[in-house]
Design a protein around this ligand. Sequence first.
Ligand code: ADP
Ligand code: MG
Length: 256
Amino acid sequence: AAPGVPELRVTGLTVRFAGLTALDDVSFTVRPGSVHAVIGPNGAGKSTCFNVLSGVYRATSGSVRLGGHELTGLPPHRIAGLGVARTFQNLALPPYATVSDTLMLGRHRLTRAGFLAAGLRLPSAAREEARHGARVREIAAFTGLEPYLDHPAGALPYGLQKLVELGRALCTEPRLLLLDEPVAGMTSAARRRTAALVAGIRDSLGISIVLVEHDMGVVMRLADEVTVLDFGRRIAGGAPEAVQRDPEVVRAYLGE
Ligand code: ADP
Ligand code: MG
């Protein structure tokens, strides 16, 4: 793991909606610099888990600790400020912005000079903008988005739009990256490329990744550890090979 990348510890997490328990006393730990997959059939509570980790939903009970910080109860921008970035299961790109502008949006949380200095055209603002621009180009090269920097993001093929979303999250310099179904809807070649990129993010950036993904091949190849949810409960967890053979997991997936 890179220096300063904290452990994520989820303990007894419970989320109730009217008449429905979406997460029921779920616990798991994400080691710094590892890929931790959260899997389970539709409706198992995976997206709900992400929504709690990123502050979109409030936990009914339980705790989420990132290093020394308690995340439960914090609003999304405070959690983002602690270095947690997420991508969405369904795309949420601004329709007309270029790829370059969209990646630059990710730099927002890191901008010290702010709008006033930029509006006054202060030299400090220009320097800072140049620094962010250089980092955006680095991340574009790392993700393979460099040829598309001047294209409108919303007009790119679906697979590339998913990559822009991932690139934007990386531009926030996260310590913890939450990926909700990053290869869904991609061709098999694009799936392989994206899986390799996610492995590269872990291995060369050293950040932690929580991955929700339906593609078992991708999960088995990428994950250091797996947590399996079914109807909101954690039914299994551990190394991918062991989880794959777990009779409870097989039963949940076959829908017996
Ligand atoms: P998954 O991502 O694993 O498919 P979700 O976390 O989206 O599952 O959903 C878990 C359960 O919680 C489902 O039964 C879903 O209908 C319910 N749920 C999710 N979000 C809400 C909400 N905002 N209000 C009410 N029920 C919800
Ligand atoms: Mg979901």
